[in-house]
Design a protein around this ligand. Structure first.
Ligand code: FAD
Ligand code: SIN
Length: 530
């Protein structure tokens, strides 16, 4: 396959679909997605999307909460841009058919999550992401200018490298011409040439053993961008969600939304005692990095597998009405959340860093944008404030759309791109090699580069990763590329970036907690409650 479009979007989550709808009026759009459209992190989002929506709240408060969470590393301009664009873009989501819960008096039912000083989370019961994805996907499906390629896997970005030039990260003018795409039905790699290419490939949760992310989250976009010499930053800031449902062998882990703690549920030891006040005076609603570390400490020092979340003291009717999905899921495994405690553990959840972009979502590579979770826009700094990521995705999708529309029709397709040159000749004869390497990667990352890190652990992680890196590169060279081998290679690449950046950061800050460096909150001065 060789195809030419104006806009190539890799990824069909909130970021990719929102961008597609913004540009489709002006040119031909292709959306490539490795499974079906809905197989995204977006589909799993529960709590909601943050925005200043009532008179109690204001932009300054949302900005300040975001900066406090970010622990001194946010880009103030990015924070301001996102917060101030939020109400307008929420209205756009509503205009295309997204339904957010409203109260009997007709105003939005705004929830509160950890780190937010006000109620400002718009939600659709406890399945907000599914509702947003539904509304966007319906619009996209009805748009004649948008062609969707499901079960197509992006293997690599096309740059001057594929014209035979040596491309280095110091080059001023790296250009992106599209991407090589594997059709999973035919196992053939074709190319989609584009004037503008947009990475909207989501997160990296699957480099860890326990994650809330579905299987698509293997960091492909970040690895592809890194190979193409895009700048990648802040990879050490991996957010662990404090409360995923403890279920052995279940992947992904089912999320128990933070909004449940916002609703009054509290964390307890197996003996039924509250423990969060030992760590932070905000208790169970402290920012999620603090809660995740505290749970990790309880689990490790007590030698237990999980702690409990107790929602039994909250209003029972409200509980089942607000959290029907969680109620149903827990009931399916014999836990009635109105009567029983919920066993929970932290799980890898969100990547704050990624492909570095400017305020227009542009990378350092010409004609290449990155939006959504794969991007590092400067909004989150060292730690993301809950429910800011769906918001970030739409704001930067809009920015990218406006910027790319201003010049895309001056770009000509690069016609000289060769067909994919597969050096390997055989399919990996033993899938066990791939699955075993993947498990090893997850163990290395979980044991040495998890919630609590140390210099020694990071060193060990790097040494061990080196071995599976070499073995996998060798396997990749011998193989005809398949999704599995490419994902493994990408995940190892991303794991390497996390370790390398974690080693480089000689301090504890935000989500990066290294016991060899004293932890200090870099935004203490902004904390009215400290
Ligand atoms: P995604 O929605 O993950 O989409 C990525 C897309 O890229 C997918 O279509 C995938 O198939 C495609 N893709 C990836 N690699 C390739 C490739 N090589 N080739 C082709 N296609 C590829 N955030 C909030 O703000 N509020 C919440 O309440 C919230 N709850 C969450 C709950 C859970 C359980 C999880 C996992 C996350 C939650 N988040 C929440 C985070 C938020 O959902 C994500 O950050 C956001 O949805 C990411 O959107 P995205 O468009 O960047 O990527
Ligand atoms: C949650 O619902 O707790 C997740 C919110 C988020 O990740 O922003």
């Amino acid at each position: 396959m060789t195809k030419k479009v104006d806009f190539l979007i890799i990824g069909s989550g909130i970021a990719g679909l929102f961008y597609a709808l913004k540009v489709a009026k002006y040119g031909k759009v292709a959306i490539v997605t490795k499974k079906d459209v809905q197989s995204t992190n977006t589909q799993y989002a529960q709590g909601g999307i943050a925005a200043v929506m009532d008179s109690q709240d204001n932009f300054e408060k949302h900005i300040n909460d975001t900066l406090i969470a970010g622990d001194g590393l946010c880009n103030n301009d990015a924070v301001k841009l996102v917060v101030e664009n939020a109400p307008k873009l929420i209205q756009e989501l509503i205009d295309i058919g997204t339904v957010f819960d409203i109260k009997q008096n007709g105003t939005f039912d705004l929830a509160k999550e950890g780190g937010h000083s006000e109620h400002r989370i718009l939600h659709h019961r406890d399945i907000t992401g599914k509702e947003i994805e539904r509304a966007l996907a319906e619009q996209v499906a009805n748009n004649k200018n948008i062609e969707i390629f499901e079960n197509h896997f992006a293997v690599d970005l096309i740059t001057q490298h594929h014209l035979g030039y040596i491309v280095t990260s110091h080059m001023n003018e790296i250009e992106c011409y599209g991407a090589y795409i594997l059709d999973k039905k035919t196992d053939k790699i074709g190319k989609i040439l584009s004037k503008i290419t947009v990475l909207a490939t989501g997160g990296i949760g699957n480099i860890y053993s326990v994650t809330t992310n579905p299987s698509i989250a293997t960091g492909d976009g970040i690895a592809m961008a890194h190979r193409a010499k895009a700048i990648v930053e802040n990879m050490e800031f991996v957010q662990f969600h404090p409360t995923s449902l403890f279920e052995r062998e279940t992947r992904p882990s089912f999320l128990i939304t933070e909004a449940l703690r916002g609703f009054g549920a509290v964390l307890k030891t197996p003996e039924g005692e509250e423990f969060m006040h030992k760590y932070d005076k905000r208790g169970s609603l402290a920012p999620r990095d603090i809660v995740a570390r505290s749970i990790d400490n309880e689990i490790k020092t007590r030698g237990i597998e999980y702690v409990y979340l107790d929602a039994t003291k909250t209003d029972k009717k409200g509980l089942t009405e607000h959290f029907p999905n969680i109620y149903k899921k827990c009931l399916s495994i014999g836990i009635d959340i109105t009567k029983d405690f919920i066993p929970v553990v932290p799980a890898a959840h969100y990547l704050c860093g990624g492909i570095k972009t400017d305020l227009n979502a542009k990378t350092n590579i010409n004609n290449l944008y990155a939006i959504g979770e794969c991007a590092s826009t400067g909004l989150h700094g060292a730690n993301r404030l809950a429910s800011n990521s769906l918001l970030e995705a739409i704001v930067f999708a809009k920015q990218a759309a406006e910027h790319s529309l201003s010049y895309f029709n001056k770009i000509k397709h690069q016609e000289k791109i060769p067909q994919w040159d597969s050096q390997g000749t055989s399919l990996p004869e033993e899938m066990i090699l791939i699955t075993q390497e993947y498990k090893e990667l997850q163990q290395i990352m979980t044991n040495y580069v998890g919630i609590v890190r140390s210099n020694l652990r990071l060193e060990r992680a790097l040494n061990r990763l080196e071995i599976i890196y070499k073995e996998t590169e060798e396997l990749y060279r011998r193989s005809i590329p398949s999704q599995k081998i490419c994902e493994l290679r990408n995940a190892i690449n991303v794991g390497y970036l996390v370790i390398k950046m974690a080693k480089r950061r000689r301090e504890s800050r935000g989500l990066h907690f290294n016991i060899d460096y004293k932890f200090k909150l870099n935004y203490d001065c902004h904390r009215p409650d400290k």
